[in-house]
Design a binder for this molecule. Sequence first.
Ligand code: ZN
Ligand code: ZN
Length: 735
Amino acid sequence: MSAAAWLATAALPVTAAEREHVCRYCSGAEHAPAGAPKERQYAPDRQVDLLHITLDVTPDFQARTVAGTATLRFAPIAKPVKSLRLDGIHLNVREVKGTHAVRDYSVDDQCVTIVFEKEIPAGEEASIDVAYSAEPAQGLFFRTSAMGFPEGDDHCWTQGEPHEARHWFPSFDYPNERASSEIIFHVPREMTVVSNGRLIGEAEEPGGLKAVHWLQEKPHANYLICVVAGRLEKLEDQHGDTPLGFYTQPSKAKYAANAFAETAEIMDFFEKEIGVPFPWEKYDQATCADYHWGGMENTTLTTLTQRTIIADEVENVRSSRSLNAHEMAHQWFGDYVTCKDWSHLWLNEGFATYYALLYEGHKLGRDDLLYGLYLDARDEIFPEHKDHRPIVYREYQQPREQFDYRNYPKGSWVLHMLRSMLGEGLYRQAIRTYLERHALQDVETEDLREVFEETSGRTLDKFFDQWLYHGGVPELKVTSKWLAEERTAHVTIEQTQATSDDVLLFELETKLRFIVDGKPVDEPIKIDGRRHDFYVKLPAEPQIVRFDPDYTVLARVEFDLDDKQLEAQLGNQADVIGRLQACEGLAKRKTAASVKLLRQALNADPFWGVRAAAAAALRRIRTTDAIAALVESTDQPDARVRNRVVEEIGKCYADAAHAKLLEVVKREQNPAIVATALRGLGKYQGQASIAAARAALDDKSFNNDLVAAAFAAIGDLQARSLSDEVMKLIKSRET
Ligand SMILES: [Zn+2]
Ligand SMILES: [Zn+2]
C-alpha cells in the first residue's frame, strides 16, 4: 500500500453511527447564489426516439482513456431530421458513418452534431457509428495501483447521474429518453466485466485481451448505463429466478458477505410490499474505490462505496442495510419508472428513502420505521425550515441542487403521509397501478397524483400543492388544559409559520390521544386554519395528552409538558415517539428527578433509539449527576447505544469523562467505539491523550477507524511531537 492511498482512506469522513447517506444525497441545501437569475429548467425536446445504444470500447488502464465506437439506432419522431445533435463532452471523434450518408459532422466541448446528406423521414429507422476516444474528467473513473490504490485491486467504474455519461460516450443524455443498450468492453484477460442486463458472452482476443459482451434489452434512461471492470471477486445468491451478485475488490473481499447478506431478503420484502415483481433479469452490486456517494442504482447493477463493507468487530454501529435497500428500491422507483427531469427527482429519491425505511420497519419492527422518520424530520428537514423552496422545483442552476433534504427525507415523509392518510391497502394499490401504468417510461408528479386520486376517490390537489409545489413545513404550537368542572380537555393548536407565495397554510388530518388511567381515548381532528380550539369530554383527567400519536404528519410541534406528563410519557411502552419527545423535554430540565428518569431510560428502555436519546439528553443536562449517569452506563449490550454513550461522554468536559474515555480506549473491543472515544480525547490536552492517539496510529483494523480517529484527535491536540510520529508512520507504509 502506498502512502497516498492510505492517507486518502484515512481522511474519509466517518459515517454517522446511526444514519447513512445514500445515493447522491448532499447534506445541507445548496442554494443558488443570491441574486442569481432564476432560470427555469425543463426536459429538452426529443428530436428522435433513441432505440438502441451499442458501446464497443476499450479502456486503457495506464492512460486512463477510452476508445472505440458508439452505435446509436434511432428514428425521427415527428419531423424529418437533417442534422442530429448528441451530448458529448470533450470527445475526440475520428469518424462518423451510418445507414444514411453523412455529409459532415462537427464537434465542440459540449456536443457532436451530425449532418446527413438527405433528411431522414419521420419514423424511419437509422443508425450511426461514432468512432471516438475520450480522456473523461467525469463519468468513467480508473482506480489503479499506479495511482496508489491497493495492489491487485485495479478497476474502473462509471457514473451516469445526472449528466456524467456524456463524458465517456456520445448520446442523448437526459432522463426523458429510454433505449435498450449493449456494451462490449475489451479488457485484460484477468479482469471481470459487469454491466447492465445479461451477459451475452466472452471471447479471447489478441494482445492478452478479452471482449465481454453485455445486453440490457429493456429500455432504460441513459444515466443508468454502467460498467464496472477490474480484478473483482464475486459472491452469489438467488431470489426466485433472479440471480444476485456482489462484486468487490480483493482487498475488501474478507467482509463482503456482510454487505451482501440481506439482499435476497430485501428483494423478497419489496416484491410483496410493492406488488410488482423485480422488474429486471438480475441484480448485481459492485463496490468501487473512491465512489463519491453511497451508491448508484444503475439498472441491474448498483455501484457502492467500499465503505459499505464493514468488519464483524464493528457490530451494528454501522450497517449496509439502509444503503442496500435504498439502491434496490430504485430498481422500481427511478429505473422502472424514471423522473422526467430533475425537478421531479423526489419520484426517485423520496421513494428510495421511504422504502428503505419500510424495510427497516419490516426487519426490525415498527419502532425502527418511526425512529427513522423522526431522525429525518429532526436532523434533516427541520434545520432547513427557513428554506422555502418546494420539492418540485425548476429554478435550480445545477441538477445537483435537487439532491438534497427536499427530495430525499421530505419526499419520503410525503409518501408516509399518503400511506397514513389512505391506509396501507389503498396506498399499495395506488403504487402498484402507478408502476404498471408507467412501466419503462418517464413520470412526473401529476402521474402519481392521478393514480392516488383514482384509487382513493379523494381529491389531492391541496395535499400535493402544499407539500410538493410549495415549500416549508407546518409549525404548530399546541397547549392543553384540563377543565375539571366540565371534565373536558381543552386543546388549542395554532399554525404559526409565516405564509407567502412559497409557503401555504397547511391542511392536516390527524388525532389527539388522551391516556386516561391507562386507556387511550382518540379524537380525530382536522387543522386548516390559524387557530383551533378542541374540547373533548373525558371520564377523568388524562395523564398523557398526545398530538398526532401515530406520527402521521410532518410538523414542527411545540408542546410544553409538565414534569408529571413527561414522566408518564417516558413510561409509555406503546409510544416510541412519545418517549423520544419526553427525552427532549427532560433535557431542558436540570433537575435531579429528570436525571433519574433519563438514567433509567438509558439503561432499561426497550427501544435502542430511546436509550440513545436518553444519553444525549443527559449530556445536555451535564450536571455532575448527569455526567455520572453517563459514565456509569457504558456497559451497553447494543453497540449502537454503547457508541452513543461514549460519544456523549466525549462532549462533557469533565475529569470523570476524560478518565472514562481513556478507559474505553484501553478496554473496548469494537474499533468504531474506540474511534469515538479517541475523537473525544482530542479535547483533553496532555500526555495521556497523546499516548492514546499515538498508539492508535499503529492500528491495522479492517475499516481503518482508529487511524482516522487518531488523525482527528491529533488535529485537536497541541502536540508537536506527534507530527514526527505521523511522518514516521507514513514512511513505514510507503512501498
Ligand atoms: Zn437514491
Ligand atoms: Zn427511446
